[in-house]
Design a protein around this ligand. Structure first.
Ligand SMILES: [Zn+2]
Ligand SMILES: [Zn+2]
Length: 545
């Protein structure tokens, strides 16, 4: 009898860092793994984040049986409400991840509407023809899992984000035994995290950060302000430990950080005594040497606490001389400029700023090359598909896979939307599905299309010029001199001769118009400004009568 095919389709996270989403499809049943967001690149102006295109899922909504989430980072859960609003399938996650999902959905006002289910690492669920085994992996957030997905077409191992840390902060190493057991059963395909595929060696243990934090706490004369991701639960625990050791109280700033700590403490994933924590107002009244503050904004995001602190006060806190500020995270690719701008501003304010480049105040939560090879050896897959990463990471991971013995023709480097099919134990490329960028801007999803993005880029590049014309209703002549307003184009004071000449040309054009005045003026102004400045601002002609 001919076997049915297993189809695997990445909807996000391949060829980019973020918005991870993978589709497993077998016999009219779809399992979705992760629903993440991606932070915009510098040239995507005014965009809050980008989510996967779920058109394919919407077209096949009746097939979607379950959503499984590997861990609580934004690049894996950030699009959950967008997904569930469209396709309210049951969600399965470990206790901490589930708690973070719940909080996220509650913030969107849709807390209890959806079916959230808890599965512990080591347990499994059966969804239609899929059996999904959750196995523990170390990462920079507790309670992360990889998945062993058994289908009638074979066993697929999906790594999630992982590293092989022998001394993790929560003392819970990755489940090596389970991985070896998978190999015993025979792994059809391995899909594994490629984020650090360019890094040789092993990723250092999270414990390395303890020593760096210890040094900061030992030497800091005044207040200590540590910025990180709200979801870096292990890091927050490490800071709490250091604060306790050096008799400082800890204040948390940023709603997402406060929420996440509350959830993680309640579920037993953090060990922070009540008396260690103080509110920010109380902290501000204490002696500088008795306080540590942890906040969001390690990526220099302008709306975050650290972003605000770099330009002025936030919630009554103002950076001053004697403060020690630690950026405990790695700049997401594309964000480096933001991060260093923030560092410079904080230095300008007299703070001592410590960041990854000058002290090991951060280690990666992702496997390096030797760990990737170990995972391949442990699971011994027939086929290998690198996931999570830009093309360079995926390609490098493919090379590693080949190095440890997976034949080249058994390795598939895919793009988002490109499907791969397993049938009778063989792999082949399948159809393509839609997988474009979906921009989220404020609370609107998809209101911003590439055309709007192009306009924003133009505005940012060359600014804007508005020409106000007031015509006499009877004779169509100018009622008064044309008014030219510019923003971000030229320095108004220095450009007076340029503007005077522009006004002269506009007046002439009005007097000699042959019909479409708006169009003619646009042409005249645009050509003139380009010839004088070599720049193309956006031009608006505003005619009133
Ligand atoms: Zn992660
Ligand atoms: Zn990730």
């Amino acid at each position: 009898m001919k076997e049915k095919a297993l189809k695997i389709i990445p909807l996000g996270g391949l060829g980019e860092v973020g918005r991870n989403m993978m589709i497993y499809e077998y016999d009219h049943q779809i399992l979705v793994v992760d629903a993440g967001l991606m932070f915009p690149e510098n040239d995507m102006l005014g965009i809050d984040y980008i989510i996967p295109d779920i058109t394919y899922l919407a077209q096949n909504r009746d097939k979607v049986k379950a959503v499984v989430i590997t861990h609580g980072h934004e690049d894996h859960i950030g699009a959950i409400s967008h997904l569930l609003e469209e396709i309210p399938a049951p969600v399965y996650a470990t206790p901490l991840t589930r708690g973070l999902l719940e909080a996220k959905l509650a913030r969107k006002g849709s807390g209890s509407k959806f079916s959230l289910n808890t599965v512990n690492a080591g347990e499994s669920i059966t969804v239609g023809d899929f059996k999904v085994e959750f196995f523990h992996v170390c990462h920079s957030i507790p309670d992360g899992v990889g998945l062993g997905i058994t289908t009638p077409a074979g066993l697929v191992v999906h790594s999630g984000d992982y590293k092989f840390d022998h001394t993790p902060v929560d003392n819970w190493p990755s489940d090596y035994a389970k991985l070896a057991e998978f190999a015993e059963r025979g792994v059809l395909a391995l899909l594994a995290d490629s984020t650090n595929a360019e890094r040789p060696g092993w990723t250092p243990s999270e414990r390395v950060v303890d020593a760096a934090l210890d040094k900061v706490f030992r030497e800091a004369p005044g207040r200590i302000i540590i910025a990180s991701f709200a979801s870096l639960i292990s890091r927050i625990q490490q800071v709490a430990n250091a604060a306790q050791h050096y008799n400082r109280k800890l204040a948390l700033m940023g709603p997402s950080m406060v929420d996440n700590v509350k959830i993680a403490r309640k579920l037993g994933y953090m060990d922070i005594p009540d008396e260690l924590l103080v509110g920010i107002d109380e902290a501000l009244g204490m002696k500088a040497s008795e306080i540590a503050i942890m906040c969001t904004g390690s990526q220099g995001e302008p709306t975050s606490i650290l972003g605000k602190l770099s330009v002025g006060p936030a919630r009554g806190l103002e950076v001053r001389e004697g403060d020690t500020i630690v950026l405990s995270s790695h700049a997401i690719p594309g964000n480096e400029e933001n991060v260093y701008r923030t560092v410079n501003r904080l230095l300008e304010r007299g703070a001592n700023v410590i960041y990854e480049a000058i002290a090991p105040v951060h280690v990666s939560g992702h496997a390096s090359q030797e760990e990737m090879k170990l995972l391949l050896h442990l699971t011994r897959p027939k086929y290998f598909i690198p996931i999570h990463g830009e093309l360079r990471h995926l390609k490098q991971h493919a090379i590693l896979g080949n190095l440890v013995g997976v034949p080249k023709e058994n390795i598939a480097v895919l793009e988002n939307g490109e499907s791969i099919v397993f049938e009778n134990g063989q792999m082949r490329k399948g159809d393509r599905v839609t997988s474009s960028y979906v921009f989220v801007d404020g609370s609107g999803v998809g209101d911003v299309d590439p055309e709007v993005m192009r306009e924003r880029a133009l505005l940012a590049q060359d600014g804007i010029v508005i020409v106000n014309i007031h015509l006499n209703r009877l004779n169509g002549r100018l009622q008064e001199d044309p008014e030219i307003i510019t923003r971000g184009f030229v320095l108004v004071r220095e450009a007076e001769p340029l503007m005077a000449e522009a006004r002269r040309l506009i007046t002439a054009a009005v007097n000699n118009t042959r019909g479409n005045l708006e169009h003619e003026l646009h042409e005249v102004v645009s050509n003139f400004l380009y010839s004088e400045t070599r720049r193309r601002p956006m031009i608006f002609i505003n005619i009133t009568k």
